[in-house]
Design a protein around this ligand. Structure first.
Ligand SMILES: C[S@@+](CC[C@H](N)C(=O)[O-])C[C@H]1O[C@@H](n2cnc3c(N)ncnc32)[C@H](O)[C@@H]1O
Length: 180
């Protein structure tokens, strides 16, 4: 991409107990793979602390927001809306078109669900995007979508203001404080 778009991931729905780790991992995946912020709704707000803690330790910038009206966020979004769903159009057929529009029409909202997603989201979305037309996971679909959108550039992103950085090693683990 020529310009880095402003990207928000909205986690729609959250079943307390059952979805705790998945909701957290939606936030962590959004952060790690180049999104600017995640919005958690209602019962998922408790997950915000975990994602903020990782951002404090491993760097940002990355914002975590919460809302009582996730459908209002979608309805009032002033920019491009992508909804990830197994019922959508294959990502490989529309990714370049999405990239072009996102470059011209920031900001981008990426919506992922937990359980049944209201039809109003399918209608409001500029694209309903499928990462295969098979059922799998919001974490997997988000990761593939971001990687396709950025064409792999997100893998080289440098994080700022980290308390610690992982030093890649072929064997073992090495974590150190960043050099000032
Ligand atoms: C476990 S699925 C449940 C979907 C739910 N049964 C429905 O009808 O909307 C949770 C979320 O994972 C994402 N997802 C699952 N499979 C997908 C696929 N093949 N492509 C894109 N997103 C997918 C969607 O965002 C979906 O809302």
């Amino acid at each position: 991409m020529d310009h880095t778009p402003d990207i928000t991931v909205l986690r729609l729905g959250h079943r307390p107990g059952r979805d705790e780790r998945i909701t957290t991992h939606v936030g962590l995946t959004a952060r790690a793979l180049g999104a600017d912020r995640v919005i958690f709704a209602g019962d998922a707000a408790s997950r915000a602390d975990t994602v903020e803690d990782i951002t404090d330790r491993f760097g940002g910038p990355f914002e975590v927001e919460t809302t009582d009206s996730p459908l209002g966020v979608v309805r009032n979004w002033d920019g491009t809306v992508v909804h990830l769903t197994m019922y959508g159009l294959p990502i490989q057929e529309i990714e370049s078109e999405i990239r072009e529009v996102v470059e011209a029409n920031n900001p981008l909202l990426i919506v992922v669900g937990a359980e049944k997603v209201p039809f109003s989201v399918y209608e409001k979305a500029d694209w309903n995007v499928a990462v295969t037309n098979q059922p799998h996971s919001e974490i997997a679909s988000l990761a593939v979508f971001l990687d396709r959108l950025f064409e792999g550039d997100e893998l080289d992103r440098e994080f700022e203001n980290a308390e610690r950085v992982v030093v890649p090693k072929d064997t073992g683990k090495l974590v150190k404080e960043p050099e000032k």
